[in-house]
Design a protein around this ligand. Structure first.
Ligand code: GLN
Length: 378
């Protein structure tokens, strides 16, 4: 007999299903992700800290899990909600089933609920706080009280919580499926990457550009980084509210003043926005998926992108020296901008994919070109 589980949302909705992960309880902001593949990359994306993810694709776990597809050193999502997990996982790289993996990481997960109904609630009302309880006795009223007691992500600084404790070097490139190993690209740039909750594939794609990367903790002062004399600085993705990361905003201001090549992704984009004086806001419905159309305003092309954010930079608040480069074709929100007086640019979505399409991978080339240019100008 499966172990019972329930999901309670702060609006009073309750869903009954069964446990497919650890027993116990978890609380967080419930969001839906529309990607059809990549559940392991989603679970290990540190930007999902304090968020419970429901996947709209109904069959999750078909290909099991494997060590090469991890996007960080552990699972960061606060919980998982799915329609159905197959009884048997099958893939040539699979080393473990999804339920065993969730149990090993102590992640509470529920299956057997109507994820379409849940998604419609979240789409109509926006992200809601929720609680999953899994165990032989599940108490609806207690779960509801816990969902309502969760303070929400507004004002929460989670970047420094998930960040690495000590700096480290990263040189590994992307995974070569034919060689079944990670590339070891040669190095031509020295890059410092801030870890606000960085995904490994960002570091891998930077390495593919020839970056010799030093990953540093979120609160590393700008002066320490500038003392390393890097060719460029990278600001990573990460969880929580960007407006709460004052130390990151302050460091970014100093990099902009120093006119050092700067590239930000997702939380890094939002931090760059705050550093130039723009405002961030919480979106009603965040973007979480792998098929989001984004327009590149420079050449008009439409790129299909991976997305994972619940906050956004308000384009109306951008200063005159910020030029908008990308916008979302789903809701018109800001997706990218660059500065006209500094070699700095950023993107709200995920050019590293994992999971998702690679259409916007050209941003990594752009960062390398900025560093090349800065070198020439000495
Ligand atoms: N993936 C990210 O970096 C997310 C940034 C931020 N935490 C948001 O939700 O908008």
């Amino acid at each position: 007999m499966p172990i019972p589980a329930l999901l309670a949302l702060e609006d009073g909705s309750v869903f009954h299903g069964y446990a497919v992960g650890a027993t116990g309880e978890t609380v967080g902001e419930v969001v839906f992700n529309t990607a059809m593949t990549g559940y392991q990359e989603i679970l290990t994306d540190p930007s999902y800290a304090k968020q419970i993810v429901t996947l709209t694709y109904p069959h999750i776990g078909n290909t099991g899990v494997n060590v090469e597809d991890e996007e960080s050193d552990t699972v960061h999502a606060a919980g998982l909600i799915v329609r159905d997990v197959p009884r048997r996982a099958s893939n040539w790289r699979s080393t473990e089933s999804l339920p065993d993996y969730l149990k090993r990481h102590n992640i509470v997960a529920i299956a057997g609920i109507d994820t379409r109904r849940l998604t419609r609630i979240l789409r109509d009302k926006g992200a809601l706080n929720g609680c999953i309880v899994a165990g032989e006795t599940v108490d609806e009223a207690a779960a509801l009280a816990k969902a309502r007691a969760f303070p929400g992500l507004n004002g929460m600084d989670l970047a420094k919580v998930v960040s690495v404790g000590e700096s480290y070097q990263w040189n590994e490139g992307v995974y070569d499926l034919d060689q079944t190993q990670f590339n070891q690209p040669s190095k031509r740039f020295k890059v410092v990457a801030y870890d606000y909750g960085v995904k490994y594939n960002i570091l891998r794609l930077l390495a593919e550009q020839g970056c010799d990367i030093t990953v540093v903790p979120a609160q590393t002062p700008a002066a320490d980084v500038l003392a390393m004399k890097p060719d460029g600085v990278f600001l990573s993705n990460g969880p929580g509210d960007p407006a709460a990361c004052d130390y990151a905003v302050e460091a970014t201001r100093q990099f902009l003043d120093a006119k050092i090549p700067l590239f930000g992704i997702c939380l890094g984009h939002q931090i760059m926005g705050l550093a130039v004086g723009a405002k961030t806001l919480k979106m009603k419905t965040g973007h979480h998926g792998a098929n989001h159309p984004v327009k590149d305003l420079d050449d008009g092309r439409v790129v299909i992108t991976s997305q994972n954010h619940g906050f956004a930079v308000d384009p109306a608040s951008l200063p005159a020296n910020a030029r908008v480069t990308h916008t979302s074709l789903f809701d018109g929100t800001l997706q990218g901008f660059e500065l006209t007086d500094s070699p700095a640019f950023c993107f709200q979505g995920h050019p590293e994919a994992c999971p998702g399409p690679h259409d916007i991978g050209y941003l990594f080339d752009r960062f390398a070109a900025l560093m090349e240019e800065a070198r020439k100008n000495g």
